[in-house]
Design a protein around this ligand. Structure first.
Ligand SMILES: Cc1cc2nc3c(=O)[nH]c(=O)nc-3n(C[C@H](O)[C@H](O)[C@H](O)COP(=O)(O)OP(=O)(O)OC[C@H]3O[C@@H](n4cnc5c(N)ncnc54)[C@H](O)[C@@H]3O)c2cc1C
Length: 506
C-alpha cells in the first residue's frame, strides 16, 4: 500500500522548513518533510552555546563549500558553511537572535500590509510563541566596557542601533531555539519526516508542480503533492530549481540542462555580510583565549553545571554589539560592530572548529550592515555550484567598511586599549580586501519581487509562472533585514503562514 498523498511537501528541515512544518501541522495540514541530513538536533555539542564553535567545521553537522575567487577580496576563496540535519544552519549558528528594525521590513516588502509586519515582528523579537524568549547572553567587565564606550562614542545609537549584550535563545543556559519550538509545539502526527533524503529534481505537469524526486540510501523515490515548499537554504534552493530546468537559460545551457522555465533571477542577487576584525591586547581583562583554558575553563564548566547565570558557556564567542548609522556618508549606510571575545587565525577552521589563540587579546568585528554588493550562485559545465557572494564589489561597501575600520579603532581606544596595528589610509583598502570573511548570513538567491524580471517568487512566495511551487527560506529575502539572518528567516516562514491563512496556528 502506498503512503497517503500529503497536502504539502517541504524540502529541507532547516530554520525556515521546520517553522513552516510546525505551523502547517498545527493548521491541520498533512506534511511530508524531506531532510538531507540525519541529525536529530539534540547533540550535546550543539546544546551548549559556546561549544557550537567546535562543530561548525564537522561534516557530521554541516556541508562545506568554497566560494569562487572573490574579485573584491584579492581573489581569495572563502569557506561556505551550511548546517545540515534537523534545524539546518540553526544547529550550528552563533544563536544571536536579532530580528532587525521594522522599517527595514517595510522598505523591503512594500507590498505587504504594515500591520501584518508589525504583528509578526512583535511575536518574534522579544518573546514569541513556542516558549522561545530571547535572553541576554553572558557578559563580563570587558563586555561592559564595550557597551559603555560604544554608548559614549556613538551617542546617537538607539533602539536596534543601541550597544547591548547579544540576545540568544537559551533555556537554563542550553540552546533553545525554533528547533525546540518545532519539537514541542508541532502536531507530529501530521508530519511524516523522511531524513537522509536529498531532493534532486522537481517535476511539473505543464506549469503545475507534480512531484519531487529524492535520493535516499542510493535509491531514487518520487513523492507527489499539489503543493511543494522548497526550504533548502540559500545555496541548495536555487540549485534544486536549476537542476529542475528553472533558471537563467544561459546558466542552464552552460551546465547542459534543458531550460523548462526561464527565470532570470534564480541564483542572482546573492548577498552576505563581509566580516572583518581588528585584534587588540586587553591588559587586565582575560578573554575567551584564557577563560577556555586550564583551571579557568574548569571553573566555567562547574559554574555552568551548577546553573550559574553568567558563564561563558551560555553564549557565543562574541558578547556584545552595536550598530552605527552613517547617514552623513550615504543614505542607508551603517556598520555593525561586535566584541569578538577572542582571537583566532581565521584562515584555519580545523575539524575541531574555531581555535582560540593563547594571548590576552580580543577583537572588534565589523561589517557593513546593509551591504550593496551582490553575487550569484550558478553552475559550471559539470553542474557543480559556483558560489559567489560578490564581497566588497560595490564601491559603497568599501567606503562603509573603511568607516567601520575607523569606528573600530575609535572604540578600541575609547575602551582604553590600542589596536594591534593602526593602518594608514593608503593601506586600509588592501587590509580590508585581504582579511574579510563571510559573516555566514547569505541570502537573496531566489529573491521576492513583484515581477519575474526582478525576482523568483512573488509576495505570496509562489514561484513566478509555476503553480504550487513555493520557496520559503533565507533565499527569498530581497535584502538584509538585520545584523543577523536567523530570525529574519523565521519571519519568512511566518509571513508565508499569513499568506496561507494559517496565522492562528503560529
Ligand atoms: C556558522 C554559521 C553561524 C551563523 N550565526 C548566526 C547567528 O549567530 N545569528 C543569526 O541570526 N544567524 C546566523 N547564521 C545564519 C542563519 O543560521 C541562517 O541565515 C538561517 O539558518 C538560514 O535558514 P534557512 O532555512 O534558509 O536554511 P538552513 O537553516 O541552512 O536549512 C536548509 C536545510 O535544507 C537541507 N537541505 C539542503 N538541500 C537539501 C535537499 N536537496 N534535499 C533535502 N534537504 C536539503 C539542509 O540539510 C538544511 O537542513 C549563521 C549561519 C552559519 C552557517
Amino acid at each position: 500500500m502506498s503512503a497517503p498523498r500529503p497536502d504539502l511537501i517541504i524540502i529541507g528541515g532547516g530554520s525556515a522548513g521546520l517553522e513552516v512544518a510546525r505551523i502547517a501541522s498545527r493548521a491541520g495540514r498533512k506534511v511530508t518533510l524531506l531532510e538531507e541530513g540525519v541529525g536529530k538536533g539534540r547533540n550535546f555539542l550543539q546544546l551548549v552555546p559556546l561549544l557550537v564553535g567546535k562543530i561548525i567545521a564537522n561534516p557530521k553537522f554541516a556541508n562545506h563549500a568554497t566560494t569562487t575567487p572573490q574579485k573584491g577580496l584579492d581573489h581569495r576563496q572563502l569557506p561556505v558553511i551550511l548546517g545540515r540535519g534537523l534545524g539546518g544552519s540553526s544547529r550550528i549558528n552563533g544563536n544571536v537572535a536579532e530580528c532587525g528594525p521594522r522599517v527595514r521590513y517595510e522598505d523591503s516588502f512594500p507590498f505587504w500590509p504594515k500591520n501584518m509586519i508589525a504583528q509578526i515582528l512583535a511575536g518574534l523579537d522579544r518573546s514569541g510563541p513556542c516558549t522561545i524568549t530571547r535572553q541576554d547572553s553572558w557578559s563580563d567587565a570587558l563586555s561592559g566596557l564595550f557597551i559603555a564606550s560604544a554608548g559614549a562614542v556613538f551617542p546617537k545609537s538607539q533602539g536596534f542601533f543601541a550597544p547591548k549584550v547579544l540576545g540568544v535563545h537559551t533555556k537554563s543556559g542550553l540552546r533553545f531555539n525554533h528547533f525546540d519550538g518545532y519539537r514541542l509545539t508541532a502536531i507530529h502526527k501530521n508530519i511524516s519526516l523522511i531524513q537522509g533524503a536529498k531532493a534532486v529534481k522537481l517535476t511539473f505537469d505543464k506549469k503545475k508542480i507534480t512531484s519531487v524526486i529524492y535520493e535516499k540510501a542510493g535509491q531514487r523515490h518520487e513523492l507527489c503533492a499539489d503543493e511543494i515548499v522548497v526550504s533548502a537554504g540559500v545555496v541548495q534552493s536555487p540549485l534544486l530549481l536549476m537542476y529542475s530546468g528553472i533558471g537563467e537559460p544561459d546558466v542552464l545551457k552552460q551546465a547542459n540542462i534543458t531550460c523548462l522555465h526561464p527565470l532570470r533571477a534564480v541564483g542572482q542577487h546573492v548577498k552576505d555580510h563581509p566580516n572583518m576584525r581588528i585584534p587588540f591586547a586587553t591588559p587586565g581583562h582575560n578573554t575567551l583565549n584564557q577563560k577556555t583554558r586550564g583551571a579557568a575553563a574548569l571553573i566555567e564548566g562547574l559554574k555552568f553545571i551548577f546553573g550559574a547565570k553568567n558563564t561563558v558557556l551560555r553564549g557565543p564567542g562574541a558578547s556584545a554589539g552595536v550598530n552605527i548609522a552613517l547617514d552623513d556618508l550615504a543614505h542607508d549606510a551603517a556598520i555593525r560592530l561586535q566584541l569578538v571575545h577572542f582571537t583566532q587565525d581565521r584562515s584555519v577552521i580545523s575539524h575541531n572548529g574555531i581555535q582560540f589563540e593563547k594571548t590576552q587579546k580580543a577583537s572588534i568585528g565589523f561589517a557593513p550592515l546593509w551591504p550593496s554588493s551582490e553575487g550569484s550562485i550558478t553552475l559550471d559545465a559539470n553542474g557543480h555550484a559556483l558560489i559567489d557572494p560578490g564581497f566588497l564589489t560595490d564601491p559603497q561597501d568599501l567606503m562603509v567598511a573603511k568607516a567601520g575600520l575607523a569606528a573600530a579603532y575609535q572604540l578600541i581606544m575609547a575602551m582604553g586599549f590600542q589596536p594591534d596595528q593602526l593602518l594608514p589610509e593608503e593601506s586600509q583598502e588592501s587590509f580590508l580586501r585581504s582579511t574579510a570573511y563571510s559573516g555566514y548570513h547569505l541570502l537573496g538567491s531566489n529573491r521576492m519581487a513583484l515581477t519575474p524580471d526582478l525576482g523568483v517568487v512573488g509576495p505570496d512566495f509562489e514561484t513566478f509562472g509555476l503553480k504550487g511551487l513555493y520557496i520559503v527560506d533565507a533565499s527569498v529575502m530581497p535584502d538584509h533585514l538585520s545584523s543577523h539572518s536567523y530570525l529574519p528567516t523565521i519571519s519568512m516562514a511566518r509571513f508565508f503562514a499569513h499568506k496561507k491563512g494559517w496565522e492562528s496556528a503560529i
